[in-house]
Ligand binder design. Sequence first.
Ligand code: ATP
Length: 533
Amino acid sequence: MILTKNYEGGIALLEKESEIISEGEYSVASISEYQVEMCNISKSFAGVKALVDVTLKVKAGEIHALIGENGAGKSTLMKILAGAQPQDKGTIKIGGREVKIKNPKDGLENGISVIYQEISLIPDVSVMENIFLDEFNEKKNIINWKDLKVRAKKYLDDLGFGEIDVSEKVKNLSVAYQQIVEICKALNRKSTVLVLDEPTAVLTMKEVEKLFELLNQLRDEGVSIIYISHRLDEVFSLTDRITVLKDGNLVNTVESQSINEDELVRMMIGRNLDTFFPERKTSMGKVVLSVKNLKAGNLVKDISFEVRSGEVLGLSGLVGAGRTEAVMAMLGIDNLDGGIVELDGKKIKFKSAKDAFKHKIGLLPEDRKSHGVLLNMPIKHNITLTCLNNFSTASCINLKKERSFVNQFSNEVGIKAASLDNNVSSLSGGNQQKVALAKLLAAHSRILILDEPTRGVDVGSKTEIFKLINDMVEKKCAVIMISSEMTEIIGMCDRVIVIREGVSVGELQKEELSEINLIKYAMGVTKDESKQN
Ligand SMILES: Nc1ncnc2c1ncn2[C@@H]1O[C@H](COP(=O)(O)OP(=O)(O)OP(=O)(O)O)[C@@H](O)[C@H]1O
């Protein structure tokens, strides 16, 4: 297969070089308006209809949003396009020509690159090796490391991420930086179809801006971009057309300019959304947890905060500011190099997450797949893992009691699953996140630390999750919430500590919370100046 430009600036896929007549002109009978045509695609997993007769058509030089509730079938459709999963039925055309994409190699050869929600880089090798991985093969046994370094650096500089060390192992990078490395890898493949699954979930506003600039640039170069997101503001600001899926079915494809947010939400969830941030009765108690002058590794230099029972404390800041790292060190998961942690006014040193859990402190980790859930265990066991004692007598689990709890609880959290006996790995990304949260809520912790609690969760379910958090807070639970979504911080928190470059630089009360104030603190503007706005 040969990928070449067509006369409209789009991309054509030719079988032989002889099909090219002159630049931009070739002897293929018909050239489709669409770069990607997935027609009547169906897919089932052991009785679960993930996709039913879905058609998706994406033009060259278009950013096309693919949206829908958790479990609607978005990732499955993209996995089929990339060759990660076979469809049961339906055809795929790329550049007007029908193609059989049987495996990921076929996907790559057809110019398709997917950046999944869960990063798929090799953690133990360097940034540059990950970017150029496709270039390593047995024929090329001499690697020009100097050249790789220069080229990797250029990609990162061009994207505005020159601070990433190309020789650093990927596992040592933040999730946001790992995502940038994934994008560099796709760019190096000269992909003509780029799929991004929730790419901004871990990026801050500044990084999102940079990413959007890059995506607009790629669109202008004729790349077809399929953009999966639960953030509707992004969908409107970035994309040209939107395809909505619901329960595995196509609802519609519309021009982004032709629809407003309420109409889109109705298409997605089949109803209106009343209040996004539900009301909470606030009644704060005394300080339950406090940290002073926390120091850990290079990222946590001097962080102090305290949280009261019945309070939601936000930790805000740019990606890499040290929020997650501070919490990990506080709980003894990572090394704590200095500072004081107090629980109920008494000095304490947690040895591990398990130790913290014994003190009724629960953590919802940022990396759901590695730390939040046990993927190869049933959904029901994941949920009751933290509260098995409630259903056990004399080391025997009362299975009936356990099942009834799991049924009720998974309903409350809104987990969509064919059966709660299925493994968590069979769930969509957003539903896995809900299992991680359910597991934590079921433990009835008195202090909850939620790191990006609604990552990958659809709009309707976000509201449900906020209600559950509010219920816990009304029962006097103290919540520490780390979130890159500023609207979420503003809508949910009673108070916010802003962290910049490993230091807690400011505290904002509820009435002071605004995007502009949060950004100013995060970027280093003094408190008095920020309050004037
Ligand atoms: N490997 C699998 N085994 C069993 N069921 C699966 C598997 N992969 C997906 N499913 C099911 O297919 C349906 C669609 O899932 P998919 O991941 O495509 O949803 P999604 O729209 O991407 O959701 P999200 O927004 O949560 O990422 C879900 O019901 C899911 O549980």
